[in-house]
Design a protein. Sequence first.
Length: 60
Amino acid sequence: MKQVTFAPLAFEKKKKQTRWERFLAEMDAVMPWAELLSVIEPRYPKPGYRDRQPMPLEQF
């Protein structure tokens, strides 16, 4: 087990936000994710007995 420190928390505040992080923050603010997931979920593959397990819907 690794020792947990407060250093990453201190550096996280000082780190400059990247364009990708800004884009993702904008998408979270604009996109109604719960509504989109409710539309996709009925058509998303369900885990089968012998099939390979699908990725979680929120991750896909």
